[in-house]
Design a protein around this ligand. Structure first.
Ligand code: PLP
Length: 395
């Protein structure tokens, strides 16, 4: 028998993928240079040379049997130590290797974090706009995902909405900063207030409430801003990270969960994660990739292109009369569409071979996401097309 749950999921396929497939089909028809595809969040810059050198060195000098052997179920010590030292140095934390668990990207980090601190049937809160995959991630863990509005002027947390939504069944709050799709970087003031609110709610309800902090864009920030480290503001925090964006390694599937040493029962988490891995099949990320990442732990790909692209697009959108918040990071911008129906807006844009994703997918109808992980020349070429689209359709 075919599982009906997954069969139903087929009907609700990712809108982002569907739009990207339309862009790909159009490329085949009219050529790459005539298509302006802002649909997918795939890094556009190569990984750092240091990572490639580390891989080559491992392949050349390590015995193949050792290099390709299973990683221990808690991960390779050199990777876990490198991550702990790096986070301690950068953010003043006091992690040891025993607080770090390697995972297959942020997806698996979240799968472990969700299962470690929630029971099926309980509630997890997040904020719109949000990464659409949070829905299937929560469903798979048996959780009710509650999506709260943000403050639309700056995309920071709407604390009145959070205060009202908290109840005894909420076991975790999920944040993503820098945020896909809005590009907001939660400020220290936001994180401090969030930490204080969750502390108060823990006392009131008499149980732990975990903050699950999804941080794959941690290093992609603009205008000289840095992302304050969420775990610094609240002890019961699980930081979920990925090297997909910072090191441009999305296909290598590598990331981690970092458990705040001051969290409740912090020592149980890594052993617990090994059991969650067994159950989810997300066990033992690649040994060679863990080892190469350990050697380049503080490096990033050359991320400057994202800020250049953001500047170009922000200026163009602003001049064209869009309501748009300047992103503090990521490689996304999230303006308000020029009509209430963002799906209709994106459909019309496709007639100009401009591919964007309606905010409906991110829990915020009326907005659109543009992913600008592209060559700057592509963004420059898209701007006159965007102007023609807006002038012809909305002026
Ligand atoms: N979380 C957010 C907010 C993302 O944007 C993504 C990927 O785009 C992920 C998680 C998943 O990342 P990974 O590729 O590391 O599994």
């Amino acid at each position: 028998m075919i599982n009906e749950h997954y069969r139903r999921m087929l009907e609700g396929r990712s809108v982002i993928r569907a739009i990207s497939e339309r862009a790909t089909a159009r490329r085949a028809e009219i050529g790459e240079r005539n298509v302006f595809d802002f649909s997918l969040g795939n890094p556009s810059v190569p990984t750092t040379p240091g990572f490639t050198e580390a891989m080559l060195d491992l392949y050349e000098h390590e015995p193949a049997v050792k290099l390709h052997s299973y990683s221990p179920s808690i991960g390779l010590p050199e990777f876990r130590e490198a991550v702990a030292h790096s986070l301690n140095r950068r953010f003043g934390m006091d992690y040891t290797a025993n607080h770090i668990y390697p995972t297959s990207g942020a997806t698996a980090a979240l799968a472990h974090a969700f299962r470690a601190v929630t029971a099926p049937g309980s509630e997890i809160i997040t904020f719109a706009p949000f990464f659409p995959e949070y829905k299937p991630y929560s469903e798979a863990a048996g959780l009710k995902l509650t999506v709260l509005p943000c403050n639309p002027d700056d995309f920071q947390i709407d604390f009145d909405a959070l205060e009202q939504a908290m109840n005894a069944n909420v076991q975790a709050v999920l944040i993503n900063t820098p945020n896909n799709p809005s590009g907001v970087v939660y400020s220290a003031a936001t994180l401090k207030r969030l930490g204080e609110l969750l502390e108060a709610k823990q006392r009131y309800y008499g149980h732990s409430i975990f903050l699950i902090s999804d941080e794959p864009y941690r290093e992609i920030t603009f205008d000289g801003i840095e992302q304050p480290y969420p775990s610094k503001f609240y002890a019961n925090t699980l930081s979920c990270y990925s090297f997909s964006k910072s090191l441009s390694l999305p296909g290598e599937r590598i990331g981690y969960v970092a458990v705040n040493p001051a969290a409740d029962e912090s020592d149980i988490f890594i052993p617990l994660f090994t059991q969650i891995s067994r159950a989810t099949g997300h066990n033992c990320p690649s040994s060679s990739i863990q080892r190469a990442c350990a050697r380049v732990i503080d490096q990033t790909a050359d991320l400057a292109v994202y800020e250049r692209n953001m500047d170009l697009l922000y200026t163009a959108l602003h001049e064209l009369g869009f309501e748009v918040v300047r992103p503090g990071g990521t490689f996304y911008i999230f303006p308000k569409a020029l009509e209430d129906d963002a799906v209709a807006f994106c459909e019309k844009a496709m007639d100009y071979d401009l591919f964007m994703v309606p905010g409906d997918s991110f829990g915020m109808p009326g907005y659109v996401r543009l992913a600008y992980c592209l060559d700057t020349s592509k963004v420059e070429a898209a701007i006159p097309v965007l102007k023609r689209f807006v002038t012809e359709q909305y002026m």
